[in-house]
Design a protein. Sequence first.
Length: 221
Amino acid sequence: MFKIQRNVCDKLGKNNTYYHEKIYNFIENKIGKTKNCNFGNKNGSKTGVKHEGARNIPIRNFPLKGCSIDENGEVIIVNGDGLQGFCRDCDSKRRRKRLEMSREKNKEGYDAYEREYGKHTKICSVCKEDKDIRESFKLSLGMECGLHNVCNTCSKKYGESMGDRLIKYRPDGNFTYKKTDIDQHDDHIMPQYRLKMCTIFLKCYYAKGGELYFRQQKQKT
């Protein structure tokens, strides 16, 4: 039986780190300051990773799960206690092991995908179109299926509109930035500092549809 492509969650890559402290405080008031991590010790795990050391650890050592803030600023937890069932240490070890296993499984590239999934197409997580893997997807052996989730067309479009937001500012104020299509946007333009430059405080003011203003002030030593 061939494997079925896993659906990619629409919230993948989106987080609410700004509210993490508020969410952890909310969970702490419900279940206390600590939680047990028994990952891999009861039923084992696909990667063979299991928790080592003290099992009762602070809740902030657990990644959040199914938590959000509503429009009224209230904490919403979809189900459970709002925490993953494994601590950050176990999660890190599990991810590294999964990468190793995926790279070994997918080392034959496109042939490995076709053999496992029984087809030569894949659905892009952005445009939702079913496209030929060899024409539209780059290899990513560390991924579960061995291919990127985003097709080349969507990846290029994103790269030109968002990837180039790392504008390289220079002391004279010059910078480089490209925007080739009218449907690309300029949101989240960030500065990329030179590592050997003196400490510079950069304050950017940006209004959608307007211009980018910036002010640099060199710290006196």
